[in-house]
Design a binder for this molecule. Structure first.
Ligand code: PLP
Length: 758
């Protein structure tokens, strides 16, 4: 099968579908194109010379694959023309593909970008993960509140192929059979790698009862049913350990099997494999590999050395509550075979250091997964310059003084194929017209766009493309969510998981403030549309209260003749990669307002920048590097510095109540949450809970940044309204400096410093 040109695509489609294209349903066309794509990607699979990377991650938020794969395989234009010639539309075809629910946010999306870059750079690197039957959850809004529904994405034809390979995994003393599924990962004009996903044949969706609740005890039927099952109770936490062990045990067996097949005697495993542990979820791969090597006759000391040399660990957070630790009892229940190994590793640590806080197993018999990772891998990296510095100097300083050579930074990146070529074809075409196609694989070439910063014709086209993308988003919001928006307004977007540290509540307080300002006759320079997209973890009450408050405020404003002309709040339901691809190209101002020191990197910030949005943000995560790249004139920075924040935490002297008592604007905004009109539209209990949280606790220090945020945001809105050409120029500068944030650059650094492939 040769399918380069339109004619060949046409013939192949007709061959597969056995009828004329006009007569085919979109489902039939999708299935046929999936076959074509799989055939083409297979041809690009390559054998491995030397070391191969295994990227182990509990999440791969890969997004819909058809268009992305067609782009990578060089087939997209031909397929599109072919469909158009027969009255079919690519956009409608895309709608039929379900989005794979294999991740929940930035960490999983990063893993997906990395797979794309590995294949594009022709590096041998596979992913290892789990084949969840349901994604995180499908988000619905009812009565201005989030409701969670199961997200059955596996229904029709998906991309992961069942293989005949199985591995025995012992869970709580019983044997289970993990089956391998493989999903081809295409690279842009590159090789094909694989995402290896494990599952049990016995998993059974009928155990789901109401919403997303299910019987958590029946492991054989529920193990891979959900991504990150609710861990607010013990059964949920145990289930996470079951999931993690299934992934790492089957993964480790597969790795060793492949290496042996390629000639390894296991003593030389380092010459065949590099393993990257993405956050702590796959940490048990360390003791599991030691256990498996032991079974092959390698003594404990050597096995520890081998594993340390092969494995590397990426840290994604400094939030204490997000660093996984498990009661040893749990591990004794689920993975008794690993406990003696973890205890021996803990003994080794106690010989290396007297600092008890660096132990793996602490005095209360809790196992610290990150500690095991740092001691028994050769590399620990943070994901942005600031984050890595904070790890070295505060959060993990005791480990840094033990192993300074292990610590390094790898600033995150995003793949330009999905986050520009696929999601913003008009901008991609303009860039290609101006500087040629080289930037698609060599992102630093984007800098040449700067030559056009003074070219009014180019700036006008850039602004025009933004406007067209806003129209496209408006249409999409209209037909998918029945929300009317006006593309002539300024679009301010905050889309990311809902978390207090990301501070959607700060944006909320601003919008209340704005509501009052408009009521008292202070109109913004241009009507503003504040757009949100965010899922809150099902058991995270305050996060759900923030969603409720935003949805309620949205209604209050919508019904207010005066205010609604100037201000609209849009909360996009079920934020996922598909929604992100529509929202990001349409954004004027990107909200990256986490509390400084708390966002490890962020990658949403990079996607918005690449698509020409200006950033309103704190000096946090990769915002710091974005600010350095574009210069202070081309970004809106506000708020406390990470140093101030860390000092406040250390002194424990932050009092939200004081800010509330002394600042009238803050008081007015917070009090409004429980005002008559808000409680009329919303639920009093939820609004009161949020109000109490903000006045009594405000753990993420929203209030000290409130006034600075208002000032910078007003400035941005005024700049946008008063000087569109200058705005377009600054947008162009942002795009031109986005090259550094390509995941190709990130992967090249991982390879240079950690993996040493080829
Ligand atoms: C990029 C992305 C994220 C991460 O966004 P941050 O702003 O970095 O938290 C989360 N969800 C989706 C769907 C994404 O595409």
């Amino acid at each position: 099968m040769k399918v380069k040109g339109v004619k060949e695509i046409e013939n192949t489609l007709i061959n597969i579908c056995k009828k004329e294209i006009e007569q085919c349903s979109y489902e039939e066309l999708y299935t046929a194109l999936l076959c074509i794509t799989e055939e083409e990607s297979k041809k690009r699979a390559r054998s491995v010379e030397g070391r191969k990377l295994y990227y182990i991650s509990a999440e791969f938020l890969i997004g819909k694959l058809l268009s992305n794969n067609l782009i990578n395989l060089g087939l997209y234009d031909a397929v599109k023309s072919c469909l158009n010639a027969h009255g079919k539309s690519m956009a409608e075809l895309e709608e039929t593909e379900p989005e794979p629910g294999l991740g929940n946010g930035g960490l999983g999306r990063l893993a997906a970008c990395f797979l794309d870059s590995l294949a594009t750079l022709n590096l041998p690197g596979d992913g290892i993960g789990l084949r969840y039957h349901c994604g995180l959850f499908r988000q619905r809004f009812e009565d201005q509140s989030q409701r969670e529904l199961p997200d059955f994405w596996l229904g029709g034809r998906d991309w992961a192929r069942k293989t005949g390979k199985t591995y025995a995994v012992s869970l709580a003393g019983r044997d289970y059979t993990a089956r391998l599924y493989q999903l081809a990962v295409t690279g842009y004009e590159g090789r094909t790698n694989y995402l290896n996903l494990f599952d049990l044949d016995t998993v059974d969706p009928s155990v789901i009862s109401k919403g997303i609740s299910f019987d958590k005890d029946d492991i054989s039927r529920n193990l891979t049913l959900f991504l990150y099952p609710d861990d607010s109770d013990e059964a949920g936490r145990l289930l996470r350990i079951y999931q993690q062990y299934l992934m790492v045990s089957a993964g480790a067996q597969m790795i060793l099997e492949e290496c042996v097949e390629r000639g390894s005697n296991l003593h030389d495993l380092y010459d065949y494999a590099a393993i990257q542990i993405n956050d702590t979820h796959p940490s048990m791969v360390i003791p599991e590999l030691i256990r498996l090597l032991g079974k092959e006759g390698i003594d404990f000391g050597e096995a520890v050395e081998i594993v340390t040399k092969v494995c590397a660990y990426t840290n994604h957070t400094i939030l204490a509550e997000a660093l996984e630790k498990w009661p040893k009892d749990y591990l004794n229940t689920v993975v008794p075979q690993l406990v003696p190994i973890i205890e021996k590793l803990d003994e080794i640590v106690r010989e290396r250091t007297e600092d008890a806080s660096a132990a793996i197993i602490d005095a209360s018999e809790t196992v610290h997964m990150a500690h095991m990772d740092i001691h028994f891998t050769h590399s620990t990296n943070g994901v942005a310059a600031l984050h890595t510095e904070i790890l070295k100097n505060s959060e993990l300083s005791r480990f840094y003084s033990l192993y300074p050579e292990k610590f390094n930074n790898k600033t995150n990146g995003i793949t330009f194929r999905r986050w520009l070529l696929k999601c913003n074809p008009k901008l991609a075409d303009l860039i290609e017209e101006l500087i040629g196609p080289g930037y698609k694989k060599n992102a630093s070439e984007l800098e040449r766009l700067k030559d056009f910063a003074g070219d009014e014709e180019v700036l006008k086209r850039l602004a025009q493309i933004k406007h067209e993308n806003k129209e496209t988003l408006a249409q999409w919001l209209g037909h998918t969510q029945k929300i009317r928006t006006n593309p002539d307004c300024m679009f301010l977007i905050q889309s990311k998981r809902l978390h207090e540290y990301k501070r959607q509540q700060l944006n909320l307080l601003y919008l209340i403030h704005k509501y009052f300002e408009i009521k008292s006759g202070h109109m913004p320079k241009i009507p503003v549309t504040a757009i949100f997209g965010a899922k809150a973890a099902p058991a995270y009450t305050i996060a759900k209260d923030i969603i409720h408050a935003l949805l309620t405020l949205s209604k209050v404003i919508e019904d207010d003749q005066e205010v609604s002309q100037w201000l609209q709040i849009v909360f996009v339901e079920n934020y996922n990669v598909t929604a992100a691809e529509k929202m990001i190209p349409a954004c004027d101002l990107s909200e990256q307002i986490s509390l400084a020191s708390k966002e490890a990197s962020g990658t949403g910030n990079m996607k918005f920048m690449l698509n020409g949005a200006l950033t309103l943000g704190t000096l946090d995560g990769a915002n710091v590097e974005i600010a350095e790249a574009v210069g202070e004139k081309n970004i809106y920075i506000f708020g406390q510095s990470s140093r101030q924040v860390i000092r406040r935490y250390a002194h424990g002297d932050y009092s939200a109540r004081e800010w509330y008592d002394t600042d009238a604007n803050i008081r007015r905004a917070i009090d409004f949450l429980t005002s008559e009109i808000m409680t009329e539209y919303g639920t009093q209990e939820k609004l009161e809970r949020l109000q109490k949280e903000l006045t009594n606790k405000d753990w993420f220090q929203t209030l000290p940044d409130f006034n600075a945020y208002i000032v910078r945001k007003e400035q941005a809105i005024a700049d946008y309204a008063l000087n569109p050409m200058e705005w377009a120029k600054r947008s162009l500068v942002n795009i031109s400096m986005a090259g550094y944030f390509s995941s190709d650059r990130t992967i090249e650094e991982y390879n240079r410093d950690i993996w040493h492939l080829r």
